[in-house]
Design a protein around this ligand. Structure first.
Ligand code: SF4
Length: 238
């Protein structure tokens, strides 16, 4: 049995317009969308471009728009889509590089803006910084983010405001603010409380729906908003 793949194609400098190409792929048991794309690359069309690396839902490279939903191609079995045709498109709302590859440079630059590293409470860390189970629980969910950028692509605030930090960047900040071992919470809150930070989030929940790791970004951003208000009340002169 074969399954039809309808794949978005655009090669700058070669194609005048984006278009879809159709491929017939022999279906194997438990075959994933990524395996289907690899079959096309190896057997039908070596010019097809897409990203992948770990093949186990950890690297975040193969986030795509598959049959109208945000998914990791490596974690999506063709059978579970219950469709005769698999339509694969690049993550919407990012500049396109080629075919299914988008330019994530602006996304990574935004992550750098929010200090994406732990600032330990002591300048000299001589031994392991322990956390209680309760303290660890606070970051349990957000620490699972693999920076696949699906939520960033799905956020309507990002469609109109290109400088909006976006859900993935905001929860990266939250991940350290909520971490009991970090001491830079005040500086972090200042960075996400500006015009392009938390207040642009209107809780549309698109990010929650898009996330392959089932992270509730909207709840984390809500917590950042409350912390930002408290910070403002306590340090109103800054
Ligand atoms: Fe991807 Fe979810 Fe992280 Fe957003 S929060 S970048 S959708 S893993």
């Amino acid at each position: 049995m074969n399954v039809t793949f309808r794949v978005f194609r655009f090669s700058p400098g070669v194609d005048k317009e984006p278009h879809f190409d159709t491929y017939s792929v022999p279906l194997k048991e438990s075959m994933t969308v990524l395996e289907g794309l690899l079959y096309i690359l190896d057997n039908l069309d070596p010019t097809l471009s897409f990203r992948f690396a770990c093949r186990e839902g950890v690297c975040g490279s193969c986030a795509m728009f598959i049959n109208g939903s945000y998914k990791l191609a490596c974690q999506t079995q063709i059978g579970e889509l219950k469709a005769n045709k698999i339509e694969v498109q690049p993550l919407p709302n990012f500049p396109l590089v080629k075919d299914l590859v988008v330019d994530l440079s602006a996304f990574y630059e935004k992550i750098e803006k929010v200090l994406p590293y732990l600032t330990a409470k002591n300048d000299v860390v001589e031994k392991e910084q322990l956390q209680s189970p309760v303290e660890r629980k606070r970051i349990d969910e957000v620490i699972d983010c693999i920076l696949c950028a699906a939520c960033q692509s799905a956020c309507p605030q990002g469609w109109t405001g290109k400088d909006f930090l976006g859900p993935a960047v905001l929860i990266k900040s939250y991940r350290f603010i909520a971490d009991s071992r970090d001491r830079a919470g005040d500086e972090r809150l200042k960075l996400v409380s500006g015009e392009d930070g938390v207040w642009r989030c209107h809780s549309a929940f698109n990010c929650v729906e898009a996330c392959p790791k089932h992270i509730n970004q909207t709840a984390a951003i809500g917590s950042l908003k409350r912390k930002a208000v408290v910070r403002k009340l306590l340090f109103w002169k800054r």
